[in-house]
Ligand binder design. Structure first.
Ligand code: AMP
Ligand code: ZN
Length: 445
C-alpha cells in the first residue's frame, strides 16, 4: 500500500490528517482481516513549495524540510496513527528517478523541450486521462506545463526533469540528464516501485491528487514497465471549512497544533476526522469536535463500567446475541467500502443495549470480560479507547462527599450539590451525572 505523504514545507493541516487517518483506518482494517500490509508513505521534500520555503528562510532544502518532517512524525504520534513501514524521501532517491526517466526516453515517451527540461508526451500513452476521466481528444497534446500542480483543463505534457533555473538557487542535482531536479510526479512513481515492485495493490491520496498527480504516476510507471501499476485506487474526499476545501492557499486551515494549543483532545480529533466515510466531504466545526469528545468518553466509560462488574446474573444469552450482531455489523460495514459511519452506529447501539443490561444487573463477570475483549479488538481498528483501567475504590472521605452530594441533589439542594462538586474537583475528582446515576473519574494530569 502506497499513500502520498505530506509535502514537508509547513505543518500539516487537519485536512491532510483526514487523508492520513482514512489511510490508517484502512490499514488497520486490512490487518484486522488478516492481510499482511506493507505500507510505504513518502515525504515530498523536493517540489515547487519546499524549494520556495527553503529560499524564503535562507536555509538548505534538507534542513528546511527536516524541521517539518519531525513535526509530522510528532503529529501522527499524537493522533495514534500507526507508522508506515518505510518513509522514503525524494532527496534520497534521485538516482532511481533519473533511471526511470531514462527508461521513458528509451521507450519513446519522454523528450527534451527547448528549455532543457524533459517532458512526458501524454499523446503517446493511450490510457492517459482514464483515472481522472478526462477526454483525451480534448487534450492539448504538445503544449507543456512546468509547474507541479495544475488543473484538469490544463492537461499537457508535464515535466519529468526540470532543468536548473536561477529560481532553483542551490537546489539541483548534476546527473546524466543534466543539472536540474525531478518533477513531483516522477518522485512518487520511483518511490512506490522501489519498495513495492512494479505492480502493487493499493494507492491512496486525497481527491485533489487524482489529477494530475496520480494520472501522471500511472502514465510514467506503466509506460516504463509495460505492466499495470496499481490494482486499487482509493481517494478520500476533502475536509471543508465553511463549505470550502481546507487548504493552505485559502488560509482557512487549522493545524493539529492549533487545536491542541486550544486544549482539544487529540483522540477527539482522531475520532472526528475518521468517523465520516472517506468518499463523503464533511464540514469541520469546533462544535463537532466537542461531540466527538463525548463519543469517545462514552466508549471509555462503557469499558470502565465493564471492568467494574462484580457479580451480576447471566444475561440468558442476551450478551452473546448482541456481541454476534455487533461483530457481523461492524465487520460487514467496514468490508463494504470502509463504511465507518454504519460500523460506528452499530457500536453505539451495542453500547446502549449492554448499558441497559448493566443497569439491571444482568451481566455476569465473565460476560463483562467477553464484551471487554470485543471492545479492545474493535479499538485495534479505531484507536480511540486505549487502556482504560478500572478505577480503584474511592478513599472513604471522598466517597462520603459523593454520597452527600447525591443526597443534596435528591433533595433538590442544587447550591450545596454544586459546592460539593467544586470541592471534589479541587481534589482531582470529576463527577458526571448520567441517566444511570452519578459516575466519577480522576482528572487527567
Ligand atoms: P500534501 O501535503 O498537500 O501533499 O497533501 C497530503 C495529503 O492530504 C494528500 O493525500 C492530499 O490529497 C490530502 N489533502 C489535502 N487537503 C485535504 C483536505 N482539505 N481534505 C482531505 N485531504 C486533503
Ligand atoms: Zn504522491
Amino acid at each position: 500500500m502506497y499513500t502520498c505523504g505530506p509535502t514537508v514545507y509547513d505543518y500539516a493541516h487537519i485536512g491532510n490528517f483526514r487523508a492520513f487517518l482514512f489511510e490508517d483506518l484502512l490499514k488497520r482494517w486490512l490487518i484486522n482481516r488478516g492481510y499482511k500490509v506493507m505500507h510505504v508513505m513518502n515525504l515530498t521534500d523536493i517540489d515547487d513549495k519546499t524549494i520556495k520555503g527553503s529560499q524564503n528562510q535562507q536555509v538548505p532544502l534538507r534542513q528546511f524540510t527536516d524541521f517539518y518532517a519531525k513535526a509530522f512524525f510528532e503529529d501522527i504520534k499524537a493522533l495514534n496513527i500507526q507508522p508506515a513501514d518505510v518513509y522514503p524521501r525524494a532527496t534520497d532517491l534521485v538516482a532511481e528517478m533519473v533511471a526511470l526517466i531514462k527508461t521513458l526516453i528509451t521507450n519513446g515517451y519522454a523528450y527534451r523541450g527547448e528549455d532543457g527540461s524533459i517532458y512526458y508526451a501524454i499523446s503517446k500513452f493511450p490510457d492517459y486521462g482514464k483515472l481522472a476521466k478526462i477526454k483525451t481528444n480534448e487534450l492539448k497534446a504538445g503544449a507543456r506545463v512546468n509547474q507541479d500542480e495544475y488543473a484538469k483543463e490544463e492537461a499537457q505534457d508535464f515535466a519529468l526533469w526540470k532543468a536548473w533555473t536561477p529560481e532553483d538557487g542551490e537546489v539541483f542535482w548534476e546527473t546524466e540528464l543534466g543539472k536540474g531536479r525531478p518533477g513531483w510526479h516522477i518522485e512518487c512513481s520511483a518511490m512506490s516501485m522501489k519498495y513495492l515492485g512494479e505492480t502493487f495493490d493499493i494507492h491512496c491520496g486525497g481527491v485533489d491528487n487524482m489529477f494530475p498527480h496520480h494520472e501522471n504516476e500511472i502514465a510514467q510507471s506503466e509506460a516504463a514497465t509495460g505492466k499495470k501499476f496499481v490494482n486499487y485506487w482509493l481517494h478520500n474526499e476533502h475536509l471543508l471549512v465553511e463549505g470550502k476545501k481546507m487548504a493552505k492557499r485559502l488560509d482557512n486551515f487549522y493545524t493539529l497544533r492549533d487545536l491542541l494549543a486550544k486544549g482539544y483532545d487529540p483522540v477527539a480529533i482522531r475520532y472526528l476526522l475518521m468517523s465520516t466515510n472517506y468518499r463523503q466531504q464533511f464540514n469541520f466545526t469546533l462544535e463537532s469536535l466537542e461531540s466527538a469528545k463525548g463519543a469517545v468518553e462514552r466508549l471509555r466509560n462503557f469499558v470502565r463500567r465493564l471492568h467494574d462488574v462484580e457479580g451480576g446474573k447471566e444475561s440468558n444469552d442476551k450478551i452473546s446475541v448482541l456481541t454476534s450482531k455487533l461483530e457481523a455489523c461492524f465487520g460487514g460495514s467496514l468490508d463494504n467500502d470502509l463504511d465507518i459511519g454504519t460500523a460506528l452506529a452499530a457500536l453505539f447501539d451495542f453500547v446502549r443495549e449492554v448499558n441497559n443490561l448493566l443497569d439491571d444487573n444482568k451481566v455476569s463477570k465473565s460476560e463483562a470480560t467477553q464484551v471487554g475483549g470485543l471492545m479492545m479488538s474493535i479499538d485495534e481498528v479505531l484507536g480511540v479507547i486505549g487502556k482504560v483501567e478500572a478505577e480503584e475504590p474511592l478513599p472513604l472521605d471522598i466517597d462520603a462527599l459523593v454520597q452527600k452530594r447525591e443526597h443534596a441533589r435528591k433533595s433538590k439542594n442544587w447550591k450545596e450539590a454544586d459546592e460539593i462538586r467544586a470541592q471534589l474537583k479541587t481534589l482531582g475528582i470529576i463527577l458526571e451525572d448520567t441517566t444511570q446515576g452519578v459516575r466519577w473519574h480522576k482528572e487527567k494530569t
